[in-house]
Design a protein around this ligand. Structure first.
Ligand SMILES: Nc1ncnc2c1ncn2[C@@H]1O[C@H](COP(=O)(O)OP(=O)(O)OP(=O)(O)O)[C@@H](O)[C@H]1O
Length: 769
């Protein structure tokens, strides 16, 4: 080959056969670019159309496809091939190489390559490592592969598809040169082959690419216009011989190439299979590992599920247990709720009770404390008074006690006012009392006041108001409270009710009895202030004389004003009850009380004002018309008794004390017989008016003068009074020889049952039960 030929060879492209294995193809291209720098590269590819029959596993023949479908599939295959080629072209362009491509569609790759070699007059072809068997021997330099292909070689990028015609193919296999990678391939002589030297074709024993130098034989001239007939014949002979030789060489080389390509292909397939096997093996391993992992996971999950199942079963069991217990628990809950409610109610009740009890306890505590105080006071008094005569409960009261009892001297509590001070109604330890406030005394000490109190307290009589306490500090006297007020209230019409003549006679008798008692008492013999305002009537209209002994407590010098002046100027009515001698000389004697008593008696008869009453009654008696002055509101007076009383009263009201009636021999002697009359007529009146509401009160003569209770066994004593048998017997047994009512000495201690009174009491009790 001359230098011109070498230049044209150098300009011709290096053909690189690439298959479907992109990795391998790229490696091949890389090798080609590196080893044939500056040379153009052209891709060579045999496109194997799909065997549709085998694809369809023989069940359908291709003929059964509609042409349209087959064409479409083949077009799809071609597109895939185009894509593959474009991948290689892109790879080359990334390496800075512009490349071309030629391809042929043929089922047999080897034949396809030969066909392409012929078609494109390929001189140098690089193939993958499997092509070393293309030929094992190096070709001699300058050997040509002659092709008889008449079709012009195509260099267009789209390539030209040629028919697979054996007869057009003439290749001198001896002239095919093989080059291997210089680093790995050696020639038979051991020298390294330079791939850049196209003459150094060398077979390859390993996987390195195979460079095939295909020297195209010049087309043998079969005819020449400038030759002689002999030479023409000779030339023709030579031509035929050459052609025959060429054909036989081509056939031989073609077979070798085919064989090599087959082996190459087989090895490529084997490698692909190995690679796939390895991939499959690794995949299999991965799958096995994954399978193991999944198995382990499954095992773990199974164990977890088992555990969960056990737990679930356990929970179910517990749930069942709870559900079994639920009804009983619910009923217990309901019971507990009910109990709670009940307990709450009980607690509320208990709290309320507690509050009530606390209140009661506080109240009782106060009462208890007060009672203890009183007991202590009483004990102290008992110590001072071992005789036990002193019965008072309220001695040694403090002023605060008095204030509390009178509600701080509330005006509505005030029930009267006398010369020596005001009288208040009050409560002391649940006992109704009347508290008389005396003026303070400079001359009398507390001890003197107390002594006087003790004397007054010893005076106990059914018809005398009992002094039950005192407050030396405030000089207050505490009396039993007498319910129906004073006789004066009845005379002055402060009360609407009129007293019957029997009651009036009883008042006269009771008052006389009290006076008898007082006058017989050494320590307190004179009342000194007897008048209707000091004659009180209790609930049973029993007379209670009050106001005695006050004069002993009040020094005459300390009387706030002159009594005479007071009586004259402020209340002349009161002067009418006073003993004229006392008014004259200021001396108070028992006769003074008798005078006062006489006036009271006149008032009981007439209910007229005291002033001038003595004169009026006297006149009436003298004229014989007493009834004209008698108070007819008292009923039909028994005139005889009325006259007796009137005469008695006038005798009591004698100006001279010595002329006045004696209380025992005269007054009591007149009155005493009248008691019977009074009692019997009162019994009659009670019997006749038993259903009257006014008779619901206990008749006073049903009460024992000592016990002040309705008598169960009434007995008449020597003084003519009727007592409860036990009371009067006790009086006598304690050494008394006097009457409890008059204090007069009794002739005897005989007692007679009062049957009349007994039956009256019985009848009354039956009516009132
Ligand atoms: N123990 C008592 N129970 C009920 N009322 C009483 C009691 N003591 C007195 N009174 C009432 O108080 C009034 C005044 O009584 P007090 O003895 O203080 O005055 P007086 O008798 O009217 O005048 P004097 O000061 O001259 O005695 C009486 O009229 C009577 O109505």
């Amino acid at each position: 080959m001359g230098s011109e030929g070498e230049t044209s060879d150098f300009n011709s492209p290096i053909y690189v056969a690439v298959g479907r294995n992109v990795k391998e193809g790229k490696s091949l291209l890389n090798w080609a670019v590196e080893n044939f720098e500056g040379r153009n590269i052209c891709l060579v590819h045999v496109h194997q159309p799909a065997n549709l029959v085998s694809l369809l596993n023989g069940k359908l023949s291709a003929s059964k496809f509609k042409n349209q479908a087959i064409n479409a599939y083949q077009e799809f295959e071609r597109l895939k091939m185009e894509k593959l080629m474009n991948q290689y072209l892109l790879f080359l362009s990334q390496m800075g190489k512009e490349a071309d491509k030629v391809w042929i569609e043929m089922r047999n790759i080897e034949k396809g390559i030969i066909q392409l070699i012929i078609q494109h007059n390929i001189r140098r072809l690089i193939m993958g490592a499997g092509a070393e068997n293309f030929t094992a021997k190096p070709v001699e330099s300058g050997s040509l592969l002659t092709t008889n292909a008449t079709s012009s070689p195509s260099t267009s990028s789209g390539g030209t598809t040629s028919r697979d015609t054996k007869e057009n193919l003439d290749v001198d296999a001896e002239n095919v040169q093989y080059f291997e990678h210089p680093t790995t391939s050696m020639g038979e002589d051991g020298s390294t082959m330079n791939p850049s030297d196209p003459t150094m074709g060398q077979s390859s024993e390993d996987d390195t690419p195979l460079f095939v130098n295909v020297e195209c034989l010049e087309h043998l001239p079969c005819s020449s216009s400038n030759t002689s007939p002999d030479s023409e014949f000779q030339e023709k002979e030579t031509c035929d011989l050459s052609n025959k030789l060429g054909h036989s060489i081509i056939d031989a080389n073609s077979k070798k190439i085919e064989e090599s390509l087959r082996r190459w292909r087989a090895e490529e397939d084997a490698l692909e299979a190995v690679r796939k096997a390895e991939e499959a093996e690794s995949l299999c391993k991965e799958e096995i590992n994954r399978g193991r992992e999944i198995e382990e996971l499954l095992l773990r999950q199974r164990q977890e599920i088992e555990t969960m199942k056990n737990q679930h079963d356990q929970v179910l069991k517990e749930l069942q247990l709870i559900q079994d217990q639920k009804p009983s628990l619910e009923s217990r809950l309901r019971e507990a709720c009910c109990s709670e409610k009940e307990l709450e109610d009980k607690i509320i009740q208990a709290v309320n009770l507690l509050i009530t009890f606390k209140g009661t306890r506080d109240k009782l505590q106060i009462e208890y404390d007060s009672a203890i105080r009183q007991v202590n006071k009483y004990r102290a008094l008992q110590t001072e008074d071992p005789s036990g005569i002193l019965h008072a409960h309220f001695f040694g009261l403090s002023f605060s006690d008095i204030v509390e009892a009178t509600q701080n001297f509330k005006p509505s509590q005030k029930i009267g006012e006398g010369r020596y001070g005001s009288v208040f109604k009050g409560m002391l330890c649940h006992v109704k009392v009347a508290i008389k406030m005396l003026p303070s005394s400079a001359s009398q000490s507390d001890s003197e006041f107390k002594n006087e109190m003790e004397i007054l307290c010893r005076v106990r009589h059914p018809n005398i108001v009992s002094l039950i306490g005192a407050c030396p500090e405030s000089r207050s006297l505490v009396y039993e409270y007498i319910e129906n007020g004073s006789l004066e209230n009845y005379f002055s019409s402060l009360t609407k009710t009129s007293l019957s003549w029997q009651t009036r006679i009883r008042i006269a008798i009771d008052t006389c009895s009290a006076l008898l008692f007082l006058h017989a008492n050494n320590s307190c013999s004179v009342h000194g202030n007897l008048k209707p305002s000091n004659i009180l009537l209790d609930a049973n209209f029993v007379t209670k004389v009050s106001g005695f002994g006050i004069s002993n407590l009040i020094s005459q010098n300390e009387i706030p004003f002159n009594m005479h002046t007071f009586c004259n100027k402020n209340d002349p009515e009161k002067l009418a009850y006073m003993d004229p001698e006392y008014i004259e000389n200021g001396e108070l004697t028992t006769e003074s009380d008798i005078y006062s008593y006489g006036v009271i008696l006149l008032r009981l008869l007439t209910a007229r004002p005291a002033i001038g009453l003595v004169r009026d009654v006297k006149c009436a008696l003298e004229r014989g018309n007493l009834e004209t002055v008698l108070d007819m509101a008292a009923g039909d007076w028994p005139i005889e008794q009325a006259k007796q009383l009137a005469n008695l009263a006038l005798r009591c009201c004698q100006k001279d004390r010595v002329d006045r009636s004696d209380l025992v021999s005269d007054v009591w002697a007149v009155l005493e017989p009248m008691r019977e009359l009074c009692n019997s007529s009162q019994l009659t009146s009670i019997s006749s008016c038993m259903d009257s509401s006014s008779q619901h009160k206990i008749p006073s003569h049903f009460l024992c003068p000592i016990f002040q209770e309705v008598m169960k066994d009434p007995h008449v004593a020597g003084d003519g009074f009727t007592y409860e048998a036990d009371a009067i017997k006790g009086w006598f047994n304690s050494g008394h020889k006097t009457s409890p009512m008059t204090n007069l000495k009794l002739d005897n201690c005989d007692l007679l049952p009062n049957y009349a009174l007994y039956y009256a009491i019985q009848e009354w009790q039956q009516q009132n039960t």
